[in-house]
Write a protein that binds this ligand. Structure first.
Ligand code: NAP
Length: 286
């Protein structure tokens, strides 16, 4: 029986990136729907739920994408609300690639060692990638500090994470070089999660912090988030730090994305959000 993936995308045009990744993950047929709003989800999901019964249900699955993560979360809820007991299909949420990117960055940081009780700074962590990475690191026991140019924004992001992930972390403001230097005091790790093309950590600051052991950067667009690093670095040692650039993280992100899509077709009741995608990535390393 053919593996059919229903791609629900909140953007006008459903993502080509997500489509190609789905085919590379072994999907036979992709049904793409763009410009989807949460209220349109139920009828589309019914089409996947009611066509193939019992054992065959696992051959249909749903993928939620699009650049708006908040809409993606509402779409995921609408998918889950459509199910009747065992009459359901597996579903994955990766709006804007934020789950798979954050998971890949966190797994790279954790490849250096345990993060429990270690201070990790998420610079410009108020976007989707930073928030998910911060949440996952906090769940692993790290002392996470999530920064923004404005304290109010980082406080709001932290309260959303606390509510959603039931974990603790600290908001902070970093709006200039002095505040960057101060926030890095005694940090073991840093993840630059800022928008593309924004340099957040000057070399003079990261060199000056001997406690800093691991650095990761999500930004592949020059200037990079961490000054004087390379996007393709994947565990490069420099001045006593282990550094992961955006392309180094991106390679793992692609593997995780493909593995998660493939796994959707192993059973009909998976819900793959950040935590489940993290668990799959951890399993892949065994
Ligand atoms: P985002 O929402 O676009 O931006 C994250 C934060 O950057 C914003 O909340 C903002 O924080 C800060 N920021 C924006 N403009 C700034 C400026 N001029 N100066 C300083 N800070 C600024 O980011 P995202 O979507 O979470 O993505 C994070 C990074 O991951 C991006 O670089 C993106 O390109 C990359 N990414 C990579 C992949 C991949 O597959 N490799 C996938 C998705 C994303 P405040 O306003 O709170 O300061």
């Amino acid at each position: 029986m053919k593996k059919i993936l229903v791609q629900l995308d909140s953007d006008k045009q459903a993502s080509v990136f997500d489509a190609i990744t789905a085919y590379d993950a072994g999907v036979d047929n992709l049904l793409q729907y763009g410009d989807i709003t949460p209220d349109q989800v139920r009828d589309l999901v019914y089409g996947a739920m009611f066509t193939r019964g019992d054992e065959s249900l696992k051959n249909s699955a749903v993928f939620i994408g699009g650049s708006d993560v908040t809409v993606g979360e509402k779409m995921l809820q609408a998918v889950k609300d459509s199910f009747f007991g065992p009459v359901r299909v597996s579903v994955m949420l990766d709006s804007n690639g934020c789950n798979t990117t954050a998971v890949a960055a966190v797994r790279k940081i954790m490849s250096i060692g345990d993060v429990k009780n270690k201070k990790i700074v998420i610079l410009a962590g108020t976007g989707p990638v930073g928030m998910i990475a911060a949440a996952l690191l906090a769940r692993e026991g790290a002392n996470v500090v999530l920064t923004s140019r404005g304290l109010e924004k980082s406080t709001r992001a932290v309260s959303i994470i606390k509510e959603r992930f039931k974990t603790d972390l600290t908001p902070a403001q970093v709006s200039n070089v002095d505040e960057s230097a101060e926030i890095m005091e005694n940090a073991y790790g840093v993840f630059c999660a800022g928008a593309a093309g924004i340099m957040l950590l000057p070399e003079s600051i990261w060199l000056a912090h001997p406690s800093l052991r691991v650095m990761a950067d999500a930004n592949a667009v020059p200037p990079l988030g961490i000054e004087n690093t390379k996007p393709h670095w994947s565990g490069k040692e420099k001045e006593g730090k282990v550094i992961f650039g955006a392309l180094g993280i991106g390679g793992l992100k692609m593997k995780i994305h493909r593995q998660c899509v493939a796994q959707l077709f192993s059973q009909n009741d998976l819900v793959l959000d950040a935590e489940e995608i993290f668990d799959i990535a951890r399993e892949m390393e065994k």
